[in-house]
Design a binder for this molecule. Structure first.
Ligand code: AGP
Length: 591
């Protein structure tokens, strides 16, 4: 999960332009960064550990260059391990997203043939393999052919770009890890995510696994990765706009995207009847359906499982994406796998979906990035339409997925109008939860919690996955150890952890779980817990009551808002970056 951006076009200050584009990709990894340009047969290089921040690159104007932001996998966070990586001669530079699983074998063979490595990374083997392949063959071997041959040696999910300073080409290949090529007025670009192409490219092509792509003085060419034969590739207009990418007056992307949720949910309530009906039909036709996701998407999937049970009396299985391969024995050619993913690039989900397809199962996707790997693998995709989600934290894509699953459950139940009514009530409820009075309450709770080490979050039934998601929102940007539990689990061990003043968030909607969850709150309170009740009604057991609207089946859409806001204000109070939490990246494209 790294950020990649490349440029080929008229001679210009390519270095600063590339560095600026990389800033849009830092959500994919920000351990280090690097920029290289190609000048008359050698590489101009600037790279270092740490975030880009206010860094500048002092490189000569060039017609070709690329850059990389890194989320470290092999080799620690250091200047020397930052990409790009060069070969022995300095003619080639390489950047890479993914993991080369067989790099140790490749490296030892290269070292035995005299290649000198500078870094600890897996990536650097590619630059030396390219050097060797271009130079070793009896007849001239183009860099395109060398990339084709070398990429076939690599094991794992990877995207690789090679800069050849002699032919002034960028040549790329991929296996599952994303790459998108863009064409502008007089230049060509390549990136790991279309967001970096906004303001540069007018049309894009999402690179396929069986393609090698070369950007050079003669434009953009595509080749078949199996045979090396030239192949055609279709470009489509780039629909992302600058306005989608900017902060629009907010201090951080996270708070901007939290506040975009009413608009996203309104759009779903108004325009998603057709895709929702199609998903309902697929579920009806299937003999066994599975909802899968990772992280926040797994909690949306688990919420869906409860919604289908509660609303449509239908059993739709749930599995965490990374665990699905240990459960896929159930899959048949009549199974349906419904994969949830904001990025559409999460390796655990791609892995699970490819296993499902091998078993003959049908795959539906709820995905936010059109053209992403999941979007292209799925037999049927519902695009969330939430707009670019640039904070590492998933917020608007989460509520979008839950809303779509709730509507689908109601369609299955023949109560579509009820589902839409609940969704419209939830839009109002989300707006109430975002109102200044609610935000003020959240900030007071953040003030209380900011110096706490632990926080427990409980919910039952439909609020259990909401409790899990709430805990994730808090832990991943405040670094407070927040844990979500099924309310009934307290007495099976969890309650041993509660001490005087431990903050305990209790989700208590007006539904069948209320009495039991309130007794759980009393158990926590009696052992010193500080009870924050997220509920339409106040209760004596709450030390602080956070009012939320009563919206029936849509309660997960409203209940999660206070937790999103709490995570944000806790991060601010603790002096942390709400958009780029430590060790995390937006798209986990490695297993
Ligand atoms: C959520 O806030 C986290 N950033 C993380 O759990 C994320 O939801 C997970 O990595 C899955 O990402 P995806 O939805 O893009 O597949």
């Amino acid at each position: 999960m790294c950020g990649i951006f490349g440029y080929v076009g008229p001679r210009r200050a390519a270095g600063p332009m590339i560095l600026d584009a990389l800033k849009r990709l830092e959500y994919r990894g920000y351990d280090s960064w690097g920029v290289a340009v190609g000048i008359d047969g050698h590489v101009g290089l600037s790279k270092r550990a740490g975030r880009i921040g206010d860094a500048v690159v002092d490189l000569p104007d060039a017609c070709i260059g690329f850059g990389h932001t890194r989320w470290a996998t092999h080799g620690g966070v250091s200047d020397v391990n930052a990409h790009p990586h060069l070969d022995c001669t300095g003619r080639f530079a390489v950047i890479h997203n993914g993991i080369i699983e067989n790099f140790r074998t490749l490296r030892s063979r290269l070292e035995s043939r005299g290649h000198v490595f500078r870094s600890e990374t897996d990536t650097e083997v590619v630059s030396h393999l390219i050097e060797e392949t271009v130079g070793a063959s009896s007849e001239p071997c183009t860099v395109v052919e060398a990339v084709r041959q070398v990429f076939a040696m690599l094991r794992g999910l990877n995207a690789v770009i090679v800069l050849d300073t002699v032919t002034q080409q960028l040549v790329a290949a991929k296996n599952v890890s994303p790459l998108v090529v863009g064409r502008g007025e007089d230049a060509a670009y390549i990136a790991s995510d279309a967001v970096a192409l906004v303001g540069h490219a007018r049309e894009v092509h999402y690179v396929e696994d069986r393609e090698i792509v070369a950007l050079g003085p003669d434009g953009v060419q595509f080749y078949d990765s199996a045979t090396g034969a030239p192949r055609a590739a279709a470009f489509v207009p780039l629909t992302l706009r600058e306005a989608d990418m900017s902060l629009n007056g907010f201090d951080h992307y996270l708070i901007k995207e939290i506040h975009e949720q009413p608009r996203v949910l309104r759009r779903i309530a108004e325009n998603y009847a057709e895709p929702v009906h199609h998903l309902a039909e697929l579920i009806s036709e299937a003999y066994g359906s599975f909802l899968i996701g990772c992280g926040t998407s797994s909690y949306a999937a688990l919420t869906g499982s409860y919604l289908f049970s509660r609303i449509a009396r239908r059993h739709v299985n749930f599995a965490v994406g990374s665990e699905f391969k240990y459960q896929e024995h159930f899959l048949t050619d009549r199974s349906l796998v419904i994969a949830l993913s904001q990025s559409g690039e999460t390796a655990d989900i791609i892995d699970a979906v490819m296993a499902a397809k091998r078993a003959g199962a049908r795959v539906a996707a709820l995905v936010n990035v059109p053209g992403s790997t999941l979007d292209r693998l799925a037999d049927f995709s519902i695009h969330l339409g939430a707009g670019p989600e640039q904070s590492v934290l998933s917020t608007k894509s989460y509520t979008a997925k839950v809303a779509i699953l709730m509507l689908t459950a109601h369609v299955l139940n023949g109560s579509e109008h009820v589902g839409r009514e609940h969704l419209w009530r939830a839009v109002d409820g989300v707006e109430q939860a975002l109102a200044p009075a609610s935000v003020q309450r959240i900030q007071e709770i953040a003030a209380y919690m900011a110096d706490k080490e632990h926080c427990f979050v409980i919910g039952r039934g439909l609020s259990y996955p909401t409790a899990l998601e709430a805990a994730l929102k808090i832990k991943e940007i405040s670094y407070i150890h927040a844990e979500g539990f099924a309310g009934g689990e307290l007495k099976h061990g969890v309650i041993a952890l509660v001490e005087e003043g431990t903050p305990c968030l209790v989700f208590s909607p007006i539904d069948e779980t209320r009495d039991d969850i309130l007794s759980g709150a009393m158990e926590l309170r009696s052992r010193g817990g500080f009870i924050v009740g997220i509920s339409p009604e106040p209760e004596e057991v709450f030390d602080i009551h956070l009012p939320v609207a009563d919206v029936g089946d849509a309660s997960p859409l409203v209940g999660v808002i206070p937790a999103q806001l709490l995570g944000y204000y806790l991060a601010l109070r603790r002096g942390l970056d709400p958009d780029k939490p430590r060790n995390l990246a937006k798209s986990v494209t490695v297993k």
